[in-house]
Design a protein around this ligand. Sequence first.
Ligand code: ADP
Ligand code: MG
Length: 236
Amino acid sequence: MWMNMREEAVKIFEDARSEGRGFLLEHEAKRLCSLYGLPVTKIFLATSEEEAVKAAGMIGFPVVLKIVSPQVLHKSDVGGVIVDVRDEAGVREGYRRIVKNVAERVPGAEVRGILVQEMAPRSTEVIVGSSRDPTFGQTIMFGLGGIFVEILKDVSFRLVPITRRDAEEMIREIRSYKILEGARGMPKADQEAIIEILLGTSRMLMDCPEIKELDMNPILVYERGAKIVDARVIMD
Ligand code: ADP
Ligand code: MG
């Protein structure tokens, strides 16, 4: 049966809530993002080594492997992310290594499987996020990834919904804007792709009051196009 976006989104939130979870797992968050046209990596949830090998074959090497567990919100902190996996042996070894790492570092964690995904080539990293201001409501944030956001706090904010004009301004008003223009040998970033992500995120936030916090970090931006490689959603 055909379902509209909102119905599908509600189902994603309800499935999480029915397990008493207050956040979406990465594959659920990416599914939600893709409903609103946001460019996420190809993903496949594998529940066995065999399935992971098959998934990697369908996606194409290299791939990235990630833990899927309701007890793990920050995956790389617990050895739950392996990038640049190049062949079948690597998938098998990686699958086992992630399960082992998580068992050691988060005793009792329930492993739902391993998320196999397309490996996005390195490029300029940006982040788009959202949190709820108690007075003004849902906000949207934009910045460059890594030290720019963590140390320099070089980000821009708006309340949602935003217009195309707002999105353009959000991009231009960060202090490190020149990096997106290709300063210091960086590749020139596709600003139109970033604008589309900001507008799609704004639509998703307007449509989904269940989202208390959103963190798409990092998003890799190319000369043409962009790819969201991690997405986290905390629910109300
Ligand atoms: P965490 O839950 O720790 O934030 P991420 O999903 O962000 O985990 O993965 C950690 C890092 O691995 C990312 O910051 C990014 O540098 C890299 N990475 C993750 N997924 C991909 C991908 N599909 N393609 C390329 N790099 C990736
Ligand atoms: Mg991340």
